[in-house]
Structures are given as structure tokens and as C-alpha cells.
Design a protein. Structure first.
Lengths: 92, 375
């Protein structure tokens, strides 16, 4: 089981959870399990072609999966997966 | 060289070996541009002023609103309705009269960004929307200037330094902005008032470290702060070899379009002024428009145009939120001066159809209805 940290803007699509334990041996599997559990998350994480949206990054521990094996990045028990969307707030 | 006055003021810096006289002189020589004087910009501006950063530029075009005061501590209740850069300057001057403050009262755009940023050493991005954040990134990449970045949402913050020598840029992290509607903005999402204080000071800390050349700058690291959990986390940020910054293809573009924000349909060409006779014709034709009298209540009692609504100029910024930005407006005062300012307030709030009645109620009395007394 790996822990997925859900960022504040997306918690509304995950029944307000800030973290969810999921099974899966790769990042892709873990995220698929997550979006099966919370279908509303899907369109916020993936585009119509099923690719991870370019304003959302996924990290295993502190490393960006774009520089690992992307969706195929292996995960071990106790790993933490972070979903980090861009946020813009600050002036208003 | 530090003056006697500066030596006294900065003595707590001077006795620290990590700063000392040499460091304080670096701070004095530094030129830092703060984009946005709101939630993040407020603490950054106040502390950098206090620390003795010699030249601080401010970019903002907003007016202080009562709803800002929950977090924008550089502005006070007395500043409601004032321009944010004026209010910020006043607070900073009070904190430290020895520094230079340069005000840029503009909305940063592709047309003016390079010209404004080029004279500064470090840029601090404290804005609130994706188009401006991409614009600042691209301008910093082009000019080779570090962008000390922070953003906030509800009770979470992110901070890092983009576009430093050899380091990643904002596009390396996020090649594209979210399409409108997918990620809630701060205005919809809200923000814990204390949060920009914490995150803004992370930004200010990194600015000071860059100036001093001290410590380990937050380059190639994305710092995440969760106020509810009271946790800081750090993620690795890499320079993306496919990013525009690595392939040398950065150029300033239309960022609204890039962010999928539809262009506002151009309003029919309309001059900024309208004569009293034309206003009378609109009233007689029962045209749909709002006539706002921006004079004071005691002047309103002296004489008024029957269909007008009284909103004194000083109250206008507070009332803007209650007005429909898509409606047509004509503003008038006694002579036309105050209402011209009122028109600017509405236009800055995004109102498109705003006109000033030339010559005010005085001209109305001359040209339309002499029974309205002149005073
Ligand atoms: Zn880049």
C-alpha cells in the first residue's frame, strides 16, 4: 500500500480526504485505483486522451515521475505519492 | 558606504558576521521588484523595506478594498479606496524612509514587462493569476533574472526560485496552465489570512539570501507548506531539457489566450466623455444606463439630476462589487474632475461602458435644466 497525498484544490473531488491509502505496484496503477474510488478526480488529473494534465505533477517521495519512469514508476510499500497542481493565488 | 543613520538603523544586521557592513551594503545596492502588493506582496514589501533593500519597485493597479484587510497587512482601514501602491509606499516609508521606492501603476503585460523588469536584480512574483505568472516567468527567463516565486491557496503554499542561473523555470514545472474552471481561483477558494504572511516571508527570506549570497537558495526545490498540518515538504525541481527555457524558444506571447481565457468582446467604440445634452437624450429615450452622481451628500441636496444615484467618489471602490460590470454607466460630479476619477475606478475594476459627463452638473444647469442651481 502506498499513500497518496491529495492537495487542497482537489480534496473536494475526493470526499475531502487529504490522503488515501491505495494498492498498486506502479504509479499508474495506484492512480487508477484512486480515480476508481473517486471518479470525479479523473477529469481533474487526466485529459481526454487519458494523459496526466500538464498543470498537475506527480511525485514519488520527492522525485517527479517525469524524471523516473512516468506512470510505470514502481512503488513500494510505504512510498508517498504526491499530486501537486499549480496554484496561482497571492495578490488578491 | 553606509551613513551614520544607516549604521544605527541596521545595527542588528551589522553585528552578525553573515551580514555585516558588506552585506548591508549589498542590501542597500540591491534593486528588487515586487509584482503585486496584495497578500504575498504585503509582508515581502514591509520586511524588505525594514531590512534596508535600497530600491524596491512595486507593480499594482488595484485599489484597497475592505475585504483585503484580512491578510494584506501593509494596508489599513484608513487606506480603503486608495491605490494599493500608494498605500504600500506610505507604510514602507514609515517603516524606513531611507530606501527608494519606485511605483509602477500598471497591469503587467507582454508590452511593458521587459521594460519594467530590466532595471531590477531580483523579481518577486506575488500575483494571483496564471497569465501573469507565465508572463513573469518568461520575462525573467529572457532577462536572466531570478524569480522568487510563491503562491497560496486556502491553507497551502508553494515557494521556490525560478529562472536562476542554471536552474529550472516555472514552465519546467508546469508547461501549461490549467484550463479555466478546473482549478478554483483564490477568490472562489478563499485563503486563510495568516497564510500569505508565512509564505510571503519565505519569499522575502529567499530574496535577502540571494542578495547576500548566503546559505542555500531555494533553487531546484519546491517547498510546500500546509498550515493545517503544520508541515513543510520539499520536492525536487529539475530543469526540463524539453522546456522552452532550455531550447531557447521563450518569447512573450498573449498570455490570456495561452491560458484559454476568451477575449472580451470589444465594446462598441465609445468616447470617454458624454455631453449633458447627450445624457438628456438618453434619459428621454429611456435608454438603459446608470447615472451615478459621485458628489458628496450635501452637494446632492443642493440640486440633482432626477434619475441619478448618489455614490460619493470615496465610497465608489467599496460599492464596485455591488454594481453590474456589464451595465452602461455615466458618471457626473460638479465640474467633471471627480467623476473622471470615478470612471477610472470603474474601468480598473473591468467595467467597459463608462463615460464621464463633461462639465458636471454645472454644465447640465447651463445646457439642459437651468432650474438646477449652480453652486
Ligand atoms: Zn523551463
Amino acid at each position: 500500500m502506498a499513500k497518496i497525498l491529495i492537495p487542497t484544490p482537489l480534496r473536494q473531488y475526493a470526499e475531502k480526504n487529504n490522503s488515501v491509502e491505495v494498492s498498486g505496484s506502479t504509479v499508474g496503477e495506484a492512480l487508477a485505483n484512486l480515480t476508481t474510488q473517486f471518479p470525479d478526480l479523473r477529469k481533474n488529473l487526466y485529459n481526454d486522451e487519458g494523459k496526466l494534465r500538464s498543470f498537475v505533477n506527480v511525485y514519488v517521495n520527492d522525485e517527479d515521475i517525469r524524471y523516473l519512469q512516468k506512470d510505470a514508476t514502481a512503488i513500494a510499500d510505504g512510498d508517498t505519492i504526491s499530486i501537486v497542481p499549480s496554484i496561482a493565488g497571492g495578490r488578491s | 558606504m553606509l551613513t551614520q543613520e544607516e549604521i544605527s538603523r541596521y545595527s542588528r544586521h551589522l553585528i552578525m558576521p553573515e551580514v555585516g557592513v558588506a552585506g548591508q551594503e549589498k542590501l542597500k545596492a540591491a534593486k528588487v521588484l515586487l509584482i503585486g502588493t496584495g497578500g504575498l506582496g504585503a509582508p515581502v514589501a514591509m520586511y524588505l523595506a525594514a531590512a534596508g533593500v535600497g530600491t524596491i519597485g512595486l507593480v499594482d493597479f488595484d485599489v484597497v478594498d475592505v475585504s483585503n484587510l484580512q491578510r494584506q497587512v501593509i494596508h489599513g482601514t484608513k487606506d480603503i479606496g486608495k491605490k494599493k501602491i500608494d498605500s504600500a509606499e506610505e507604510t514602507m516609508r514609515d517603516i524606513n524612509p531611507l530606501i527608494k521606492i519606485i511605483k509602477h501603476e500598471v497591469a503587467l503585460s507582454s508590452a511593458n514587462a521587459l521594460e519594467i523588469l530590466k532595471d531590477y536584480d531580483i523579481i518577486a512574483d506575488g500575483t494571483d493569476n496564471f497569465p501573469t505568472r507565465f508572463l513573469i516567468n518568461d520575462a525573467c527567463v529572457l532577462l536572466n533574472k531570478p524569480n522568487v516565486y510563491a503562491s497560496i491557496f486556502r491553507f497551502e503554499g508553494q515557494a521556490t526560485i525560478f529562472a536562476a542561473e542554471g536552474g529550472p523555470c516555472y514552465r519546467c514545472l508546469y508547461p501549461e496552465p490549467p484550463p479555466p474552471g478546473l482549478v478554483p481561483s483564490c477568490a472562489e477558494g478563499g485563503v486563510l489570512g495568516i497564510l500569505p504572511g508565512v509564505v510571503g516571508l519565505l519569499q522575502a527570506t529567499e530574496v535577502v539570501k540571494l542578495i547576500l549570497g548566503a546559505g542555500e537558495p531555494l533553487i531546484g526545490r519546491l517547498l510546500l507548506y500546509d498550515a493545517l498540518a503544520m508541515k513543510f515538504r520539499e520536492l525536487k525541481l529539475r530543469k526540463n531539457p524539453e522546456c522552452l527555457c532550455a531550447t531557447g524558444q521563450v518569447k512573450l506571447i498573449d498570455y490570456e489566450q495561452f491560458c484559454g481565457i476568451p477575449k472580451q468582446p470589444e465594446p462598441p467604440p465609445m468616447s470617454a466623455e458624454i455631453s449633458p445634452k447627450e445624457v438628456k437624450a438618453l434619459i428621454d429615450a429611456k435608454e438603459n444606463f446608470v447615472l451615478i452622481d459621485v458628489r458628496e451628500p450635501h452637494e446632492f441636496q443642493i440640486g440633482r439630476i432626477p434619475t441619478s444615484t448618489l455614490i460619493p467618489l470615496g465610497d465608489l471602490p467599496k460599492k464596485v462589487a455591488e454594481l453590474d460590470p456589464s451595465a452602461h454607466y455615466v458618471l457626473h460630479c460638479k465640474m467633471g474632475g471627480r467623476s473622471a476619477k470615478g470612471c477610472d475606478v470603474l474601468r480598473q475594476a473591468g467595467f467597459k461602458n463608462v463615460r464621464n459627463m463633461t462639465g458636471g452638473i454645472s454644465a447640465w444647469s447651463d445646457q439642459v435644466d437651468p432650474s438646477v442651481p449652480k453652486y
